[in-house]
Design a protein around this ligand. Structure first.
Ligand code: ATP
Length: 199
C-alpha cells in the first residue's frame, strides 16, 4: 500500500486534482466523505452521539441534525472535545479500511485537514495543491456564491500557506488553466507509480 495524501486550502483545487488522478485509475479516499459516512444511520458513532447529546441532535428520520449539533458544540469546547473523541477514531478506522481495500497502484487520501489531524500519519507522501489566496478567494466565491468576507475568514482560520508548503513533499501551484494543473499532475503521477513500485 502506497498512500499519497493530498491537501490544500479552501478552493485551492483539491477536487480538481483528485478528479484528474481518479481519471488515470487511481483510487481516491475522501476524508470529508468518510466523516459523513461514519455518522449515517446505523453507524456506531451516530448511536454514541445520540446517547451523549440526546435525541435532539437527530431529525425525524433518525439522521444527524448537523445544525443542532453544531449549536451545542460551537460555544462549548468540552462538548466539542466529546464529539471529536467519538468521531475521530471512527473516521480514522474507516479511512484505513478504505485505503486497505484499494487496488490501484497507489492511493490518494484527500483531506483538507491532513496536516492538522493525525491523518497524515497514514500517508507515505504529501502533495499540496497550492494557489495564491486571491485565486482561492475568486474560485470559492464563484463556486459557492458566498460573500468575500466569509471566504476570507475561512482562509484566515486555516493553516498558513508557508507552513503547509514546508510540510509537503510535492507542491503543485494551481495558478493557471486546468490544463497546466493536469500537466504537473501527469509528472507526479509517473513519480508516484515509480515510488509505489519500488516499495
Ligand atoms: P474546497 O476545499 O473548498 O472543497 P477544493 O480545494 O476542492 O475546494 P476545487 O473545488 O477543486 O477546490 O476548486 C475550486 C473551484 O475552482 C472549482 O469550481 C474548480 O472547478 C475551480 N478550479 C480549480 N482549479 C482551477 C483552474 N486551474 N482553473 C480554473 N478553475 C479552477
Amino acid at each position: 500500500m502506497f498512500v499519497v495524501g493530498l491537501t490544500g486550502g479552501i478552493g485551492s483545487g483539491k477536487t480538481a486534482a483528485s478528479d484528474y488522478l481518479a481519471g488515470l485509475g487511481i483510487t481516491v479516499v475522501d476524508a470529508d466523505l468518510v466523516s459523513r459516512q461514519v455518522v449515517e444511520p446505523g453507524q456506531p458513532a451516530l448511536a454514541a452521539i445520540a446517547a451523549h447529546f440526546g435525541a435532539g441532535v437527530l431529525d425525524a428520520e433518525g439522521r444527524l441534525d448537523r445544525r443542532a449539533l453544531r449549536e451545542i458544540v460551537f460555544a462549548d469546547p468540552a462538548q466539542r472535545n466529546v464529539l471529536e473523541q467519538i468521531t475521530h477514531p471512527a473516521i480514522g478506522a474507516e479511512i484505513l479500511r478504505q485505503l486497505q481495500a484499494s487496488r490501484s497502484p497507489y492511493t490518494l487520501l484527500v483531506s483538507p485537514l491532513l496536516l492538522e489531524s493525525s491523518q497524515h500519519q497514514l500517508t507515505h507522501r504529501i502533495l499540496l495543491i497550492d494557489a495564491p489566496e486571491q485565486l482561492q478567494q475568486q474560485r470559492t466565491e464563484l463556486r459557492d456564491q458566498v460573500p468575500a468576507s466569509q471566504v476570507q475568514a475561512i482562509i484566515a482560520a486555516q493553516m498558513a500557506r508557508g507552513e503547509r508548503q514546508s510540510r509537503a513533499h510535492d507542491v503543485v501551484i494551481n495558478d493557471g488553466p486546468l490544463d497546466a494543473l493536469h500537466r504537473q499532475l501527469d509528472e507526479l503521477h509517473q513519480q508516484y507509480l515509480r515510488l509505489a513500485g519500488a516499495q
